[in-house]
Design a protein around this ligand. Sequence first.
Ligand code: ATP
Length: 245
Amino acid sequence: MSSTAPAVHAENLRKRYGDKVAVDDVNLRVDTGTVLGVLGTNGAGKTTTVEMIAGLRTPDRGRVSVLGLDPRRDRAKVRQVLGVQLQQAYLHHALTVAELIALYRSFYPAPRPTEELLELVDLAEQRGIRFEKLSGGQQQRLSIALALAGRPRVVILDELTTGLDPRARRRMWQAIERLRDEDVTVLLVSHAMEEVERLCDRVALIDAGRVIALDTPSGLISRAGAEDLDGAFVALTGKELEDAE
Ligand SMILES: Nc1ncnc2c1ncn2[C@@H]1O[C@H](COP(=O)(O)OP(=O)(O)OP(=O)(O)O)[C@@H](O)[C@H]1O
């Protein structure tokens, strides 16, 4: 891969569920080390898009490359460089936090140390607790730790902080800032404007299955003639983000 190749490249992605076109010709180019926010109302096609990028869903049309690899054809290689935290985690409910972390670490040649993972998501005190006994927020934080276990170069996080309390949310933001310092490329699906404005270098606005704008947060704000990202979102999509939640 040349140094100018994007970390993630999605070209002309399309996905239909029955009659419903969920993703309609999405193009995304994400450079290495970029934290990209993927913003859109409920049902805009964000999850379907990132699932196709992760190789978890087959596009009807189009191509995806992650660090020059095809997520479906080169599945084993992509697993070594891509970390994915999706909205629903399917984890072994009877295993403890420490056991799940040990399991995930065993998949990788040079995993992040257990203590670092526990500290990153503030779960050190819960290490002996079974997954099924964790609160929803703790389960979510664990799924983020597991996504980071293999020191991925590209990370996909879908609804990173939805449902987390303010302390846990700040903790997750610090974790993302740390990934950025390590030059990790992050795709962050979010509804939280404050989060996107604070963390993201660039933002893809997705509406009705299409990328309608891709720019820096300040670029979007000035393009829309708005005062903040919230205002830019409304001006560019004609929709209120809160309306959809
Ligand atoms: N498995 C599925 N079968 C049928 N329709 C689906 C399926 N998954 C998603 N859809 C539909 O496709 C569209 C896009 O869904 P998607 O989950 O990608 O949107 P989203 O932007 O991630 O929404 P949210 O913010 O609610 O997570 C929606 O209209 C949704 O109802």
